[in-house]
Design a protein around this ligand. Structure first.
Ligand SMILES: *Cc1c(COP(=O)(O)O)cnc(C)c1O
Length: 398
């Protein structure tokens, strides 16, 4: 988990180029300072690494397989590997981060955990690690998301978490995040806020990126073993806040021969007014404590995002992605709802893998790209699609 990249690493003030920082209310300053002062020392300690690796192996089930998708490869006339984060305990990459953060919270002496969730995957991953460690857990969730992700709500409750509906604004992820921040302000001493993506004030984006970087670390090792090549030609991942993408890109960032492709949710289309493509449609602004691309009106009001996929339904994006976009290190594609659904059905039909709607946005990139026969393409399958079956069924016209 060493910081390998210098050019794309966060600086001491918490910035990636001009993006990032910690724009928090005065009252939160001690909390973010406490994290900033301690996170690297704790994460890099032998004791932490031992516990973290042990849990990833025996509890999460890592390493997740790197699977050669034979029939998908034949269709696109290239070599496609799937990084199977969908096979992790709780069904997505989110657990890599929550395991890391709960260990960190324990080392900081915290007794109470709060979190926000969109698709419910981060809420489930947080409720899971709280049950594992016996810590109190409150999860804030937009009431629209509570409705469309009912199975995950039931899982969180069964795991002992209290699920608190956020009823302001669009009643989705950004509103849940606002409520969680409010809770943290009111409980600064005993509470750790587990943020679920590479968003929020410094040091969260860097901390979460480090925890998710296990994905690309494994890809490198597995690819070498499988093909003898150390590096793929392409790595493709979807972007909501951007944590699974950074995890999949991390150890390739400094190697410019590896093309990094991120897909954001264009919803009903970039100019439809119903989109969550914050890189394509956003401008620099501050959301949840960091400066990044944000979908906003000319006078700075946040534009309500829309995506068929709850995990991508966020008006901002992690500050590192704003930087990687400006630096042209990563290509950001916009994928429409209907193309994501189509890709979800395609992967299911050809490989017997039902991807999360979020991950289906990454698979959909294949249609927009062209490959050489000899290319090696890795797609990060960030999660499994069980939670999205109701949505998929609406498109199942037979
Ligand atoms: C939450 C989620 C995402 C989006 O979050 P990132 O931080 O962008 O990775 C993507 N896929 C799945 C399965 C998710 O649960």
């Amino acid at each position: 988990m060493k910081t390998i990249s210098t050019k794309f690493s966060v600086n001491n003030e918490g910035f990636y180029g001009e993006y990032g920082g910690a724009f928090v209310p005065e009252m939160l300053y001690p909390n973010t300072e406490e994290l900033k002062e301690n996170y690297i020392r704790i994460i890099e300690s032998k004791e932490f690494q031992k516990e973290y690796k042990e849990l990833l192996k025996k509890y999460v089930g890592r390493p997740s397989p790197l699977y050669y998708a034979k029939r998908l490869s034949a269709k696109y006339k290239t070599h496609i590997y799937l990084k199977r984060e969908d096979l992790n305990h709780t069904g997505s990459h989110k657990i890599n981060n929550t395991i890391g953060q709960i260990l960190l919270a324990q080392k900081l002496g915290k007794k109470r955990i709060i979190a926000e969730t969109g698709a419910g995957q981060h809420g489930v991953a947080t409720a899971t690690v709280c049950a594992l460690m016996g810590l109190e857990c409150k999860v804030y969730m937009g009431s629209v998301d509570i409705e469309r992700q009912a199975p995950n709500v039931a899982r969180m409750k069964m795991l002992g978490a209290e699920v608190i509906p956020a009823i302001s604004g669009s009643q989705t992820l950004k509103d849940a995040t606002n409520e969680a921040i409010r809770d943290w302000i009111n409980n600064p001493e005993d509470t750790h806020y587990i943020i679920g993506s590479v968003v929020g004030p410094h040091p969260y984006p860097d901390m979460v990126a480090r925890f998710q970087s296990i994905i690309s670390k494994e890809i490198k090792q597995q690819l070498k073993k499988e093909t003898g090549k150390k590096n793929p030609n392409y790595v493709i991942a979807c972007v909501g806040g951007g944590s699974n993408a950074i995890g999949a890109f991390y150890h390739f960032l400094d190697n410019l021969t590896v093309q990094l492709i991120a897909t954001e949710a264009s919803g009903l289309g970039l100019n439809s007014g119903k989109t969550a493509a914050s890189i394509a449609k956003g401008k620099p602004g501050i959301i949840h404590g960091s400066l990044t691309y944000l979908m906003q009106t000319n006078d700075g009001q946040i534009i309500e995002p829309y995506s068929i996929s709850a995990g991508l339904d966020y008006p901002g994006v992690g500050p590192i992605h704003a930087f990687l976009h400006d630096e042209k290190r990563v290509d950001y594609l916009s994928i429409k709802d209907k193309d994501a659904v189509k890709a979800g059905f395609l992967l299911t039909k050809l490989e017997g893998i039902i991807p999360a709607l979020e991950s289906a946005h990454a698979v959909a990139a294949l249609e927009k790209m062209s490959f050489k026969r000899s290319d090696v393409v890795v797609i990060n399958i960030s999660g499994r699609g069980d939670k999205d079956l109701d949505t998929y069924m609406k498109y199942f016209e037979i």
